[in-house]
Design a protein. Structure first.
Length: 211
């Protein structure tokens, strides 16, 4: 039995690698950026999902109220940079998958989050898509150890990438050995698009309209 791990475009064949084992492993795979023989629809630049760049404090708005204001907490932000080439794209769908881990009583517990974000009227040029985990979600269920995104154009996947800090199958979000593994819980409604967060009004013109 062999497991294929992808790292920066190179395929490594490792025999009998256990799922969810410790150790830094970067898993990444990218689909073609457009059907063969056709002009590319978009180019996926990078996904930022881990480390200091993924931690962002709650934005503070000016207010005359000064009583009982809480200190800003840290959200977890997954950010995807991409470039589109057509003058206009009517709609793009970003399908996100995030796996978080928390250790309790010596046991690793995992939370699987999914979010589908649909953008409208995307002009040619550089763009950014973001999703967020609340501070309370991170505190309760742990920080992300893997993240993936698939970008769909006209219901077809035109780009995807996934990265992880633990050993996982190539498309772990579809693999029953992961999603049905004991200790993995799928949690709906917790991975939020920008419009569902306090960041919705921050630099609003830099982000596309969410349908």
């Amino acid at each position: 039995m062999k497991t294929i791990l992808f790292t920066r475009g190179l395929a490594l064949y490792v025999c009998l690698i256990p799922l969810f084992s410790a150790g830094p492993v970067l898993a990444q795979a990218a689909a073609p950026y457009g059907p063969a023989g056709e002009r590319a629809v978009l180019r996926l630049r990078k996904m930022e999902w881990d480390g200091n760049s993924a931690r962002i404090r709650t934005p503070e708005y000016r207010t005359s109220e000064t009583r009982g204001l809480a200190r800003p907490k840290e959200w977890h932000c997954i950010s995807v940079s991409y470039q589109t080439e057509p003058q206009w794209i009517a709609e793009l769908v970003f399908q996100y998958y995030v796996l978080a881990m928390k250790t309790e009583e010596g046991r690793n517990l995992y939370s699987l989050y999914r979010a589908r974000v649909t953008y409208a009227d995307i002009a040619e040029g550089d763009h950014t898509s973001t999703v967020f985990l609340r501070p309370s979600t991170i505190e309760r269920f742990g920080s992300p150890v893997a993240a993936a995104v698939q970008i769909l154009y006209q219901e077809k996947v035109v780009a995807e990438t996934n990265e992880a800090r633990i050993r996982l199958p190539e498309k772990w979000w579809e693999d029953k050995r992961v999603v049905e593994k004991e200790g993995v819980t799928e949690r709906d409604g917790r991975l939020l698009n920008r419009a569902q967060t306090p960041f919705a009004l921050v630099d609003v013109d830099a982000y596309e309209v969410i349908k």
